[in-house]
Design a protein around this ligand. Structure first.
Ligand code: NAD
Length: 441
């Protein structure tokens, strides 16, 4: 089989590479010439564990190619996957200009039957718009080329995207065409050998599924963060509470870790977009509105602890920030809590020196010379007033606290992810603040 994947971001590049891994011929298309050049020259523009190996293997086999030319990519394709960005518009709704732009280009250039698949996260009703955009362009050409549309939301997680794509919990496909169903079933069969299901449904339900899934996950995070803040006020330990509730299978242990709020390119924008979809349909999603406002507040919780510790005077203080990415194992800093915390510290006249195992380059691009960048986690702590842990990279979990005690000016740690053991830090003479736990002072 042959497919085109339009957009070579986290979703497009991972999907295209993983499809190639099953023997499909894949052409990945992007309008960003620099990205395509990099990919042609053997360099991956994003960090994603495991991606480089299968990318190289499939490029060598000739099954994975890159181009800026959509028309060329569509030749002989059985399906074209639209995987371009859907950033939030000013009012929070998903901006569909890239998706519809690609749909129009497909309509202008396609010359045989194919399935036009929307993989980007798009609001209910978008597949109809995609269909209409393709039809309009075909009409302008005065040609009748058959095609079907399908919605195929992506559930991969940055940081484990390759694994998630190769071994998905489920595949969701919305289409009203049997022919499209057959094509999609064939393409996805190799990924379903582990027995996980392919769920066919109507297009509207498929589009809705993606938003409902991300909103549910964001709800779990805001819920536990809210509980964590209350735990602190009443003197409970959220870590015990988390274990206490998580052992109930109806609740489960996943996604109930308190922290500095959710970030990334998906949860914030998808929660906003679903609220907007509801508003447009005359319904108010009260829970999600609260999820969003709790999250805004949570991004400032760690900063609030820092400010209170220093009695409001942060001027001239220096903070070592560990972790910039919105979560471990990615270089993505979109909507990262680190940005809010750093901005707040800088506003108060503090200095920041940051280290991230992978996202430091992205940090330099976004923050420029507003902060310093350390060569490693210990380097960041030299003469810093405190360590501020924002992203729980595995290498931050067991640092040498004896060394930290020597490097830091004060034995002071603010842990935004509750990864350290309060008792251990207490024994070592640290002052330790975490989320939803009694501070060790
Ligand atoms: P991204 O910003 O990393 O990549 C989007 C790519 O599309 C860019 O390389 C851009 O140059 C390209 N592009 C834009 N317009 C184009 C056009 N007309 N033709 C060709 N290429 C074009 O985005 P992403 O993180 O991969 O997300 C893509 C979509 O998938 C979004 O809707 C997102 O919500 C959804 N999604 C993302 C994730 C994730 O973890 N990142 C997970 C599931 C779903």
């Amino acid at each position: 089989m042959k497919i085109s994947v339009v957009g070579t971001g986290y979703v497009g590049l991972v999907s295209g590479t993983c499809f190639a891994e099953t023997g499909v011929n894949v052409t990945c298309v992007d309008i960003n010439e620099r990205k395509v050049e990099m990919l042609k020259e053997g360099h991956i523009p994003i960090y994603e564990p495991g991606l480089e190996d299968i990318y190289k293997k499939n490029v060598e086999k000739g099954r994975l190619v890159f181009t800026t030319n959509l028309e060329e990519s569509l030749k002989d394709s059985d399906a074209v996957f639209i995987a371009v960005g859907t950033p939030p518009d000013e009012d929070g709704s998903a901006d569909l200009k890239y998706v519809i732009g690609v749909a129009r280009e497909i309509g202008r250039t396609m010359d045989h039957y194919m399935v036009v698949v929307t993989k980007s996260t798009v609001p209910v009703g978008t597949s109809v718009k995609v269909k209409n955009a393709v039809l309009e362009e075909l009409e302008k050409r005065g040609e009748k080329v058959p095609f079907d549309v399908a919605s195929n939301p992506e559930f991969l997680k940055e940081g484990s995207a390759v694994d998630d794509f190769l071994k998905p919990d489920r595949i969701v496909i919305g289409t009203d065409s049997e022919k499209a169903q057959k094509v999609m079933k064939r393409l996805y069969k190799p990924f379903l050998l582990n027995g996980h299901p392919i769920l066919f449904m109507d297009i509207t339900s498929s589009e809705m599924t993606k938003y409902a899934a991300n909103s549910m996950l964001a709800t779990k995070i805001s819920f536990i963060n809210d509980i964590a803040n209350l735990c602190e006020i009443v003197g409970a330990d959220v870590d015990s509470v988390r274990k206490g509730i998580g052992s109930d299978v109806r609740i489960g242990t996943k996604f109930i870790y308190p922290g500095t709020g959710y970030g990334g390119s998906c949860f914030p924008k998808d929660v906003q977009a679903l609220i907007r979809t509801a508003d447009e349909n005359g319904y108010s999603l009260e829970i999600l509105k609260a999820v969003e406002s709790v999250n805004y507040r949570q991004k400032e919780v760690l900063y609030g602890k820092i400010k209170r510790h220093f009695n409001g005077d942060l001027k001239g203080k220096k903070f070592a920030v560990w972790g910039l990415a919105f979560k471990p194992k990615t270089d993505d800093m979109r909507e990262a809590p680190s940005l809010v915390i750093i901005d707040k510290l800088l506003e108060e006249g503090a200095k920041v020196i940051a280290y991230d195992p992978v996202a430091s380059e992205e940090g330099k691009r976004i923050l420029g010379d507003k902060i310093e960048f350390a060569k490693d986690e210990y380097d960041a702590c030299i003469d810093s007033d405190a360590l501020v842990l924002v992203t729980e990279w595995p290498e931050f979990r067991l640092p040498n606290f004896r060394v930290l005690r020597k490097l830091l000016k004060n034995n002071l740690i603010f842990d935004g992810r509750n990864i350290y053991d309060p008792e251990e830090l207490n024994e070592m003479g640290f002052t330790y603040y975490a989320i939803g736990r009694k501070p060790i002072i």
